[in-house]
Design a binder for this molecule. Structure first.
Ligand SMILES: O=C(CO)[C@H](O)[C@H](O)COP(=O)(O)O
Length: 253
């Protein structure tokens, strides 16, 4: 547990509400700003929600002359960091992060996440795994009791290209459903990740023990990483439709 001062400091900084347009729906994204101190190493997530967090981060760095170092989780995050003139680093130089902030595609009641809608799951998981605190920001559409209730596109699985067919068959055979190669939109052929791999979207049929499934899928030869983040998020901030913030912490066992 990071302690009371960490959390009270976070809530002090949940200080800005921004309207954004996403999927044609007007929604309110409430920003978390979890940097409570100077000289922090921050993991910067990927996707559309995180853009607002980085805007805010950059504003504070400028206003308060904070000395912050950012580690990106994707090409997109790297561009975002550079665009704002923030200090860019990597895991070679900063293998330990103070906090990583990222979005999610779906969050269940136990804070298990589906990530990788933007195809950046592997680097996102690595960076989150290197952070002392992993914080998620999401809008109310990502809030679920059980995975699959809100997010219908399945669990992304990054695979080595030559293995996509055997991995897809192995996942369907062992866990049911269908694991489909993600196709690019403005390019012929499949989506190619920042790591030059392919993505399978596993459309599962029913709720499972996600911890076990995550481990089992990772053991299939050719699998690089899954978009199941189990036991990693320490707190999720949901921006609600009415502009309020809902906070979810992991259940106490
Ligand atoms: O996992 C991700 C990218 O790989 C994103 O964090 C996730 O897809 C959420 O994105 P958005 O904020 O655009 O809804």
């Amino acid at each position: 547990n990071p302690g009371k001062s960490f959390y009270s400091s976070i809530s002090r900084h949940v200080d800005e509400t921004i309207k954004s347009e996403s999927s044609g729906t007007s929604l309110t994204v409430v920003l978390l700003f979890s940097l409570q101190q100077n000289n922090q190493v921050v993991g910067v997530g990927s996707g559309s929600t995180i853009v607002y967090a980085v805007d805010r981060l950059a504003e504070r760095v400028r206003q308060e002359k904070l000395n912050i170092v950012c580690v990106p989780t994707s090409f997109q995050a790297r561009q975002l960091i550079l665009k704002h003139g923030l200090s860019l680093s990597d895991l070679d130089r900063h293998p330990e992060l103070d906090v990583a902030i990222d979005g999610a595609d779906e969050v269940d009641a136990s804070l298990t996440l589906i990530k990788g809608g933007g195809g950046c799951l592997t680097q996102e998981k690595i960076v989150a795994g290197c952070a002392k605190h992993f914080i998620v920001i999401a809008d109310y559409r990502k809030d679920s009791k059980a995975l699959g209730q809100q997010w219908k596109k399945g669990v992304p699985v990054e695979v080595i290209p030559i293995a996509y067919v055997p991995v897809s068959r192995a996942i369907a055979r062992r866990f049911g459903g269908e694991a489909v190669l993600r196709m690019a939109v403005s390019k012929a052929g499949p989506v190619v990740t920042d790591n030059s791999n392919f993505i399978l979207d596993w459309k599962f049929e029913h709720a499972q023990n996600w911890k076990e499934v995550n481990t089992a899928i990772k053991m299939i030869p050719g699998v690089v990483e899954t978009g199941l983040f189990v036991g990693m998020a320490e707190r999720v901030y949901f921006g609600m439709e009415d502009g309020s913030v809902k906070i979810r912490d992991p259940p106490v066992n």
